[in-house]
Design a binder for this molecule. Structure first.
Ligand code: NAI
Length: 480
């Protein structure tokens, strides 16, 4: 029986391994983590992450061929294939601070693998890492190997949170990079055989190690670039009276461009886009390519500009101050169908409003008060460490309250900001909400999900990104 072990029971490790276990009943899969609470949650009825369809998959396999354990060393030593899916934060100190990847967790995992291994192993890089990381890991393993053969593969994960299970069931492609030696090719084949249980062969792409590593960074950079491109257009639309939804629809009809990822919004978030682009920028700089580095850096700058622009719109529309005013924040997760708040634009928007002394009342159907308070008091980049190693937050902020209902959040508020495109926000009783708010009542839709005309008929002053401006907002400065 083939044994797989995955180090890191997070958003990637958990769902990916659950699907491998489901699709490959004859393979034994163990997911291990240094975080004991995380492992306990995986073994309970309340899984540590919210992902549509995940519960069913886990329930079908857990205890049969899928195990979650904090006994990291035991499972690693028994495995034939070891996936590494640990955190790869952005460095906050030293060389490359603010850009380069901090490979501390990866390196400690590699050293531990070398330490405990008694048989040959395939080590699979699942975390997103800079190009040439596999080479460094290979050196750590072979220099500490005691005669054991390690083959390193790069198998970056392309799942998107919120649709992770669907993405894993039917991936656009699976990418496997390995050494171009006979042993490397043999390792590639072994991993390909795992995926071939359910992924058609023509969707499994095999490359060299560096191409696989770079493809992951490139894919995220291209995706984020589309969002920054349409967001840049949204600012121009507001200035000219064009409607960004009409523009992106027309643009997306071009088959060379396509319709996906062309929705204007308050900005992209999530644990990967910014981090991976910063990584790419750093690699370009290290390779003497400043023009290329600056090109990609601009994608992040436009994203920051979009968030600042949104906050400025709010403040300038509300008589240039939100001090002491209650603002309802609907949605805190970085997108719908996930409880993940890592790098969510809501953090920057809320911090911007708090900077102007607003009183925030926040509601998100999947994010807890503790998480929101922690996010609003954490330093940049601190989130990407195992939970028990994150700096503990100081006392919670008094200007922030977290409620469990959109109607409670909006009661007596002066304005509403929609920051996540949860479906339930489309069907709220906006008349009831309007009746219970201070007047004039404002809606700032950061995801373009409300029916603007309907809300204006009710009496709201509505700002919707990239749409023709409400009379109220015309001539008010909002440029960041
Ligand atoms: P995560 O933070 O949810 O999970 C990482 C886990 O690794 C944590 O539970 C942590 O306790 C554990 N860990 C860290 N060091 C360890 C060690 N030495 N031994 C055992 N466990 C250890 O992170 P997530 O989101 O799963 O991401 C993992 C990697 O996958 C990152 O490199 C990320 O960039 C990449 N990725 C993430 C995607 C996403 O949508 N979240 C998509 C594709 C790639």
């Amino acid at each position: 029986m083939v044994k797989i072990c995955c180090i890191g029971a997070g958003y990637v490790g958990g769902p990916t391994m659950a699907v491998i276990a489901l699709k490959c009943p004859e393979i034994q899969v163990a997911v291990v983590d240094i975080s004991v609470p995380r492992i306990s949650a995986w073994n309970s009825d309340a899984l540590p992450i919210y992902e549509p369809g995940l519960d069913e998959v886990v329930k079908k396999c857990r205890g049969k061929n899928l195990f979650f354990s904090s006994d990291v060393e035991k499972h690693v030593s028994e495995a034939d294939i070891v996936f590494v899916s640990v955190n790869t934060p952005t460095k906050t100190q030293g060389l490359g601070a603010g850009k380069a990847a901090d490979l501390t967790y990866w390196e400690s995992a590699a050293r531990m693998i070398a330490d405990v291994s008694k048989s040959n192993k395939i080590v699979v890089e699942k975390s997103t890492v800079p190009v040439k990381t596999a080479e460094a890991i290979e050196k750590i393993l072979t220099h500490n190997s005691k005669g054991i053969n390690f083959q390193i593969l790069s198998n970056p994960e392309f799942l998107a949170e919120g649709t992770a299970i669907q993405d894993l069931f039917e991936p656009d492609r699976v990418l496997i990079g390995g050494r171009e030696t006979p042993e490397g090719q043999k390792a590639i084949k072994a991993l390909r055989d795992v995926y071939a249980h359910w992924v058609p062969m023509d969707r499994i792409i095999c490359t060299n190690l560096w191409s696989a590593e770079l493809s992951k960074l490139a894919a995220n950079a291209f995706l984020a670039q589309r969002i920054s491109s349409v967001n840049a257009m949204s600012a121009l639309c507001e200035a000219t009276g064009a409607d960004v939804s009409q523009v992106s629809h027309a643009v997306g009809k071009d088959t060379r461009i396509g319709p996906k990822f062309l929705n204007a919004s308050v900005g992209f978030g999530g644990s990967c886009f910014q981090k991976d682009i910063l990584n790419l920028v750093y690699i370009c700089e290290c390779n003497g390519l400043p023009e290329v580095a600056n090109y990609w850096k601009q994608v992040i700058k436009v994203n920051d500009y979009q968030k600042t622009r949104f906050v400025n719109r709010i403040v300038s529309s509300m008589f240039n101050t939100v001090s002491g005013k209650k603002i309802a924040i609907l949605g805190f997760a970085f997108k719908k169908d996930t409880g993940d708040t890592r790098e969510t634009p809501a953090i920057d928007v809320c911090k911007g409003l708090l900077g102007d002394k607003a009183m925030l009342s926040i509601y998100d159907p999947q994010v807890s008060e503790e998480q929101i308070q922690r996010d609003l008091s954490m330093n940049k980049f601190d989130w990407d460490h195992p939970v028990h190693l994150q700096p503990t937050s100081p006392s919670s902020m008094k200007q922030v309250s977290v409620v469990w209902d959109a109607y409670a959040a909006t009661k007596d508020a002066h304005g509403i900001c929609i920051l996540t495109e949860w479906d339930e926000f489309k069907t709220l009783d906006y008349q009831k909400i309007y009746d219970n708010m201070q007047k004039p009542a404002f809606v700032f839709d950061g995801r373009n999900i409300v029916d603007v005309a309907k809300l204006r008929d009710i009496g709201f002053i509505v700002y919707s990104i990239g749409k023709p401006l409400d009379e109220w907002l015309k001539d008010m400065p909002a440029v960041a």
